[in-house]
Design a protein around this ligand. Structure first.
Ligand SMILES: C[S@@+](CC[C@H](N)C(=O)[O-])C[C@H]1O[C@@H](n2cnc3c(N)ncnc32)[C@H](O)[C@@H]1O
Length: 338
């Protein structure tokens, strides 16, 4: 047995209990192998419903190794999964579209449906963006939102494909608003809504974060010296009962810079102000080099200084399909009761 298959066997054994639980709760999207944490740096293997998505970020896999991984997983799960291999080890880590190692079947590259917490999600092995359409390490948070949304107004910031919004709608939210500046991501969010026709419809706002959240929070929209602001969507000041703030690690736009290392506060402050009294703000930081302790202190201090002290907080960790040897997973999530 090759060392890679050996590492995969251990990873699958470690997930035995989790997979049984996930299948029972209506989830067939999960990580089966988590890179260096399980013995192969830069290699991730995810199941997205009928599809097996293998991605290499550091070293391209040999074809025989790839096929052996696929065969091993198929036998272990007893499901014939459609294989897609994205080698992202070259250059800018965009998907290698030349498929020199393995050409996926047309069926594997079609629009497919995966499931999580009993909900349907659009899955696509290849699309113009870099990441799969559902971030699997946020599953526990989506589950929490589904359980705690009954009767609430919910604002999903940096919504991507609107998984958190969909979970809130499934949990009985009275209103769900998804906000993101990328039209393509919101389009998948709309598809996700359509794939769950029994749920109430969600709202979608295509806007840059900064002008949108500052208007909701009742703060002025500032202009950098010498830079005229582009037009932006007009919104009324208002608060939501449950707000999710899950920004990317870094992004720059005409309105401001998302920088989770140096300036989490400028994202957090308006989000706190847009959260109702007795409401909940769930905030995330996916930058590996920021520790939970430092970030949590920063978040709590910022809330106190703003006059919105946190009454209670809880850490939400990714599930066991994202093992972390040092117990410091890159994705950190805090659930703040205001
Ligand atoms: C890390 S993803 C968020 C993941 C998402 N919360 C989820 O549940 O899957 C980052 C998202 O932020 C969006 N984004 C980045 N900068 C933005 C900005 N300045 N304003 C609005 N959206 C932005 C991107 O389009 C992308 O959809």
């Amino acid at each position: 047995m090759s060392s890679l298959i050996q590492a995969l066997s251990v990873a699958l054994d470690n997930r035995q209990a989790l997979l049984a639980e996930l299948h029972q709760q209506g989830t067939d999207c999960y990580r089966l192998f988590h890179g260096s944490q399980e013995g192969a740096s830069g290699l991730t293997i995810d199941r997205y419903g009928p599809q097996l998505l293998v991605q290499s970020f550091h070293t391209r896999l040999e074809r025989d190794d790839l096929l052996a991984l696929h065969a091993h997983i198929t036998a272990h799960l007893g499901v014939d999964l459609l294989l897609v291999y994205n080698d992202r080890s070259q250059g800018n880590s965009r998907i290698d579209r030349e498929d020199t190692v393995y050409q996926a079947d047309a069926e594997a590259l079609q629009d497919l449906i995966g499931h999580e917490w009993g909900l349907n999600y659009r899955v696509r092995g290849r699309h113009p963006g870099q990441d799969p359409l559902l971030f699997l390490d946020l599953r526990n948070t989506r589950g929490w939102v589904k359980q705690h949304s009954q009767g609430k107004s919910v604002l999903n910031l940096f919504a991507y494909t609107c998984g958190v919004g969909l979970s809130a709608a499934a949990g009985g939210a009275k209103e769900v608003c998804n906000l993101d500046f990328a039209e393509g991501n919101l389009a998948v969010g709309k598809e996700n809504g359509a794939l769950n026709p029994e749920l109430p419809t969600m709202q979608f706002i295509q806007s840059d974060y900064f002008p949108a959240i500052r208007q909701l929070a009742g703060l002025p929209i500032t202009q950098r010296r010498g830079h005229k602001l582009p037009p932006y969507v007009r919104l009324e000041q208002r608060q939501y009962d449950l707000v999710l703030l899950d920004p990317p690690a870094w992004a720059k736009s005409a309105f401001g810079t998302v920088d989770l290392l140096r300036d989490y506060q400028s994202l957090l402050k308006p989000a706190l102000l847009a959260t109702a009294d007795n409401g909940v703000l769930i905030c995330c930081n996916n930058l590996a080099k920021v520790s939970m302790e430092d970030w949590r202190e920063q978040v709590l201090r910022c809330a106190t200084k703003l006059g919105r002290p946190v009454r209670d907080w809880q850490i939400m960790t990714p599930a066991a399909d994202f093992p972390s040897q040092d117990q410091q997973p890159p994705l950190k999530t805090l659930i703040l009761q205001l």
